[in-house]
Write a protein that binds this ligand. Structure first.
Ligand code: XMP
Length: 326
């Protein structure tokens, strides 16, 4: 039997009852696989790794060691939520590594998009490796691999790319949701008691805000991007767009324009709004945001965010534009 193939008769998990049955089955399987050994998990805070973490806490409690690497490119409040939900509410063993400075130093002056991605991915593995070496007796590595990852690639998630660990740190994999589609992972996450804003989170690129702080990243522009993005999310939430739009975010290019604030010249960056709908991210259409809401977002971002003096709206579908700017 091919363990990486979803059986034809496997029911689509779309309610709590099916989710609970799946959870019980996986809890038993994980206990059988792992015994009394420790399992390591890179917990990004994204949907898949969060659901795996919650499932493993239920199955093996303190034998699970979660490592959350904050690369400094998270959206506002996301690392804090990982600590709150997993460290405090679920009582998971959580190693929190604030590696922000390290990542930002490495990225300093680098403006080529692919080089930025490589640096972020490579540094992530190094930080994770350092943490893994500090913990004794780890024999297993849990991953939030889901079925589309298996169908579309070699089964290893690029952005969880701990597949790049050195030879002496090869672990046996624990992948409890590898036969599930994304919608099923969310139903299982809800049944495990994870908060909606974690389970229904939008897709977020592995390199995070790094590919939205366009060109060479600077700390001040990254901070402006993070704050503007938080305002966009808050306004979408308040106005019923959060559950309706597939992906929405701000990008801030590395260019300034002249403006005026409090009667004085005020040079600042533009914040670009991108809000798209898609089913598979291969093509995307533009969400029509009501003008009064656009005015409100513009007013808030330009008055509340240091360094931003204009707000622009990206009306480009994919193709021709990709969803991300880099
Ligand atoms: P593009 O920009 O190619 O994006 O139209 C399609 C979808 O993929 C996400 N994306 C990434 N996800 N690592 C990821 O994990 C990446 O490097 C990356 N680049 C883009 C993007 O947010 C969109 O949902």
């Amino acid at each position: 039997m091919d363990l990486n193939k979803r059986p034809n008769d496997m029911a689509r998990i779309n309610n709590k009852e099916l989710a609970d049955a799946f959870i019980s089955e996986q809890v038993a399987l994980v206990r059988e696989q792992v015994g009394d050994k420790k399992v390591l998990l890179a917990l990004s805070g994204g949907v898949d790794s969060s659901v795996v973490a919650a499932l493993l806490v239920k199955a093996i409690g303190k034998q699970l060691v979660c490592v959350h690497v904050n690369h400094g490119l998270m959206r506002k409040g996301e690392s804090e939520q990982v600590i709150e939900v997993f460290g405090k509410q679920l009582g998971a063993t959580l190693v929190y590594v604030d590696a922000s400075e390290r990542f930002l130093d490495k990225l300093s002056g680098v403006d080529a998009p692919e080089k930025k991605r490589k640096i972020i991915g490579g540094e992530f593995i190094r930080v994770f490796e350092e943490e893994a070496r500090k913990i004794n007796d780890i024999e297993f590595l849990a991953q939030g691999t889901i079925y589309p990852d298996i169908l579309e690639s070699d089964g290893v998630k690029a952005h969880h790319n701990v597949g790049g660990l050195p030879e002496d740190l090869k672990f046996e994999l624990v992948e409890p949701v590898k036969l599930l589609y994304k919608d099923e992972v969310r139903v299982v996450g809800s049944a495990l008691g994870l908060p909606d804003d974690m389970v229904y989170r939008q897709p977020f690129p592995g390199p995070g805000l790094g590919v939205r702080c366009l060109g060479a990243i600077t700390r001040d522009r990254l901070e402006a991007l993070r704050e503007a993005d938080a305002i966009l999310r808050e306004e979408f939430d308040k106005n019923g767009l959060a559950g309706k739009v597939w992906q929405y975010f701000i990008a801030v290019p590395d260019m300034k324009s002249v403006g005026v604030k409090d009667g004085k010249r005020y040079e600042g960056w533009p914040a670009i709004i991108r809000a798209v709908n898609t089913t598979d991210a291969m093509t995307a259409t533009i969400e029509e945001i009501p003008y009064p809401l656009l005015h409100r977002i513009t007013e808030r971002i330009t008055s509340e965010v240091e360094g931003i003096n204009r707000v622009l709206l990206d009306l480009t579908p994919k193709p021709i534009g990709t969803i991300e700017w880099e």
